[in-house]
Design a protein around this ligand. Structure first.
Ligand code: NAD
Length: 359
């Protein structure tokens, strides 16, 4: 009798980035052959501190079954050629221009990477591996500044929802609000993913991230909020708070928990479903609360306050995880906020000590 072998080959775009690299680690440790696409465009977006080259190098050393492709996802033919040859069983698409603020200064590049690159992957997936579950990392910025219309109450250290609601769910409309160019290019990609799911009945899941974080983030001021504020506290660099009295709230989810959710989607994929993905209420923190937690860990942050908030910035954003928990009941978040912070602090502390001159 012919032996049927379960093929396990995953393609991960943005494989040097925070989420992409965590997916490479998880799937490699789970026995998958992993192909990664990353051309270190993050270095071009944010300068040397944003480079993900060393992460890719580390993945190549650590995982024998990892193969890296220095492809730009804007290169349609290169993407098609790779998918035609490799025909992966699972695709996780995380490559992006990820910064809300950066997009305004590079509108063509932002749109070409976020929207155009996503369409290149979707069409190639439809043509060469249509059955492969496809996870797209969208963003809560597709809701633009509409979350700011939810009535809020101001507490001593944070804002919160006035009516006691747990968080923002997927029924929030995306129209008639200010998105930022980044929010708009990601919304274009988000809609195309939904459309390929519904029109072509492809197993595409759209995950609208809140704050995705972890110690591997090549954090810079314009992207990677939690890792960047920890870096400032640990290294002594001054941090600037923009607006909302430092009471703006974000829910933090560790990259490992994002990767494990994608694996659950692989096992039970849905066509064109949208999910809000963040750490949820238990993992939500304001900037002032973050500063207090860091002080408790022994790191006093030096900061200044600029009363002008970032354009379209959310005042309070907490993801309602009910839909995810209903569709993927086996998924568990392993990282609470304390564990997340500890990991990031340890990473930067070790880095700062390694650079300090020894006496
Ligand atoms: N980190 C967050 O807080 C957050 C929140 C919401 C949504 N997201 C989304 O999640 C995804 C992953 O975010 P992240 O924090 O891991 O980002 P990241 O910047 O750490 O990783 C993205 C990787 O993609 C690569 N890349 C960018 N453009 C490319 C191109 N044209 N071709 C090939 N590679 C390219 C970059 O070099 C980088 O290594 C992004 O789509 C982002 O929009 C992130």
């Amino acid at each position: 009798m012919k032996k049927v072998q379960k093929a396990k080959r995953a393609l991960i775009t943005g494989s040097g980035g925070l989420i992409g690299s965590e997916c490479v680690r998880l799937l490699s440790e789970d026995g998958w052959d992993v192909l990664g696409i990353d051309n270190d465009l993050r270095r071009w977006f944010f300068g040397e501190a944003g480079s993900t080259e060393s992460v890719v190098h580390d993945l190549q050393l650590r995982y024998a079954a990892y193969r890296h492709f220095n492809i730009d996802i804007r290169d349609r033919q290169a993407v098609r050629d790779l998918l035609e040859v490799e025909r992966p069983n699972f695709i996780i698409h995380t490559a992006a221009q990820p910064s809300h603020d950066k997009a305004a200064s590079i509108p063509y590049d932002d749109f070409d990477v976020n929207a155009g690159g996503t369409v290149n992957l979707l069409v190639a997936a439809r043509d060469f591996c249509r059955e492969a579950p496809f996870c797209f990392t969208s963003t809560n910025k597709v809701y633009g500044d509409r979350p700011n219309t939810v009535p809020l109450k101001e507490l001593e250290k944070r804002f919160d929802y006035a009516d006691g609601q747990c968080g923002i769910d997927e029924s929030m409309p995306i129209d008639s609000c200010l998105h930022s160019l980044f929010g708009a290019s990601k919304a274009a990609a988000d809609l195309m993913c939904q459309e390929f799911g519904r029109y072509f009945q492809m197993p595409v899941g759209i995950f609208r991230g809140g704050c995705l974080t972890g110690p591997q983030h090549a954090a810079v001021e314009l992207h990677g909020y939690l890792a960047y504020i920890v870096f400032c506290a640990v290294s002594g660099r001054e941090y600037t708070i923009y607006g909302y009295k430092g009471k703006q709230v974000r829910d933090q989810i560790h990259s490992r928990d994002v990767a494990s959710l994608f694996l659950e989607f692989y096992k039970a994929p849905k066509c064109g479903e949208v999910y809000n993905l963040g750490g949820g209420r238990a993992n939500s923190l304001s900037i002032l609360e973050t500063i207090d937690l860091l002080a408790n860990l022994g790191y006093k942050l030096r900061y200044s306050y600029n009363p002008t908030s970032r354009i379209g910035d959310h005042i309070c954003y907490i993801s309602d995880l009910t839909k995810i928990q209903t569709h993927f009941p086996r998924w568990r978040q392993e990282y609470d906020i304390g564990r997340i912070l500890n990991e990031i602090v340890l990473r930067y502390d070790a880095r700062v000590k390694a650079k300090a001159p020894s006496n």
